[in-house]
Design a protein around this ligand. Structure first.
Ligand SMILES: Nc1ncnc2c1ncn2[C@@H]1O[C@H](COP(=O)(O)OP(=O)(O)O)[C@@H](O)[C@H]1O
Ligand SMILES: [Mg+2]
Length: 374
């Protein structure tokens, strides 16, 4: 059963929490709703759950229009950030609870609950109370409880936010494993880009209730459709350098400097020479060039910081700081000049006003002989 949102909006008085969202969630996939706090993720999830009715637009489960179908009739399971377990009930009773409400015979309910507890690996904790469990174990109980009625759709609203960093990593792998084991269509809300990039089949990035991009992890990271998408994903974030597009759309000149970067891809018609653009380069796509090489973005090394196995450089170029992640063997000296190259094909160009991506996929081969290319 695919899930289709067609031009869905949700208005709360003067706040448009969700603004004409259209997207199809494919059966059996895990889709993350990603975006900054307040961008409309939970509201979207609550519309899928039937807790809110969209102000306009249509929601379909398969062919069926769902706008007015009550939550109980939607066959969904839901997990929240704060687990919401019943503190006075044992783990087993917590998991059995939805079946008890549905008046399933006790023996059958018990068997289903135990099977679900095994799946989420808490089969040995059935007689404990929630207060006797760790955060990760409590979240496993909540997941088992959400799945025990064999829903068609699993909805997770920031389920890992209350866990410490290590447990968060473990539980996100667990959620992916459980989801793939039973093949359930899942919508996972998070504001954490790394979480979304690691577990999703597709990521829907939202800003101010509006669609930004809907792609798999690799595509959304490597081909951001606009400047916001490029900036939101990646840590440290993409460098953004204001520039002007030059004659024939074959070069950009960086603001405040006379440094130029050649463009290797076709530029769209949405921008003309002399217009303002933003060059976007991820820190990991920069490298330090040797002194006798031509071209490059030249600046002054301000800071070198060891981050895990790499070095993070802060380079001052004109009025801007550029971050580069380089191998620790790279020789740089604080206060000295350094020239950066860009990994060919890994440079982005955005319109300064609209933020839209301006590069098409066809490369221009004549530009490839330039040293620093975009
Ligand atoms: N019940 C509500 N009444 C009024 N405004 C709401 C309500 N729920 C959410 N909002 C507003 O809608 C916007 C989106 O909220 P929400 O979906 O909770 O964001 P997110 O989950 O992405 O953090 C926010 O501006 C929030 O203040
Ligand atoms: Mg929320």
């Amino acid at each position: 059963m695919n899930i289709t949102l067609n031009n869905i909006s949700m208005q709360f008085a003067e706040v448009t929490a969700v603004d004409r969202l259209s997207v199809t969630i494919e059966e059996g996939s895990l889709v993350s709703l990603l975006g900054p706090s307040g961008c409309g993720k939970s509201t979207t999830l609550f519309m899928l759950a039937g807790l809110y009715q969209p102000t306009s637009g249509e929601l379909y489960f398969g062919e069926q229009l769902m706008n007015k179908v009550s939550p109980e009739k939607r066959q969904i399971g839901m997990v929240f950030q704060n687990y919401a377990l019943y503190p006075h009930m044992t783990v087993l009773k917590n998991i059995m609870f939805p079946l008890k409400m549905a008046k399933v015979a006790k023996k059958e309910a018990r068997e289903s609950a135990i099977a679900m507890a095994e799946l989420v690996q808490i089969g040995h904790l059935l007689e404990r109370k929630p207060s006797q469990l760790s955060g990760g174990q409590q979240q496993r109980v909540a997941i088992a409880r959400a799945l025990v009625k064999k829903p068609k759709l699993l909805l997770l609203d920031e389920p890992l936010s209350n866990l410490d960093a290590r447990l968060r990593l473990e539980m996100r792998e667990e959620i992916r494993r459980i989801q793939q084991t039973i093949g359930i269509t899942t919508v996972f809300v998070t504001h954490d880009q790394e979480e979304a990039l690691s577990i999703s089949d597709k990521i829907l990035l939202i800003k101010d209730g509006k669609y930004q991009q809907y792609s798999d992890a690799r595509e959304i990271y490597e081909y951001p459709q606009n400047e916001f998408v490029g900036r939101f994903l990646g840590n440290p974030p993409m460098n953004q350098l204001p520039a002007v597009l030059e004659t024939n759309k074959q070069f950009v000149r960086l603001e405040d400097t006379d440094q130029r970067i050649a463009i290797t891809k076709q530029v769209t018609h949405e921008v003309e020479p002399q217009e303002q653009v933003i060059v976007g380069v991820r820190p990991e796509d920069l490298f330090v060039q040797s002194e006798n090489e031509q071209g490059g973005i030249t600046g002054e090394t301000m800071m070198v910081e060891r981050i895990g196995r790499d070095n993070l450089l802060n380079i001052q170029v004109g009025k801007r700081k550029i971050r580069a992640i380089v191998s620790p063997d790279t020789e740089v000296t604080i206060g000295k000049k350094v020239t950066l190259g860009i990994r060919p094909g890994y440079c982005h160009l955005f319109h300064a006003d609209t933020g839209e991506s301006l590069l098409m996929d066809e490369p221009i081969h004549s530009a490839l002989k330039e040293r620093v290319t975009c």
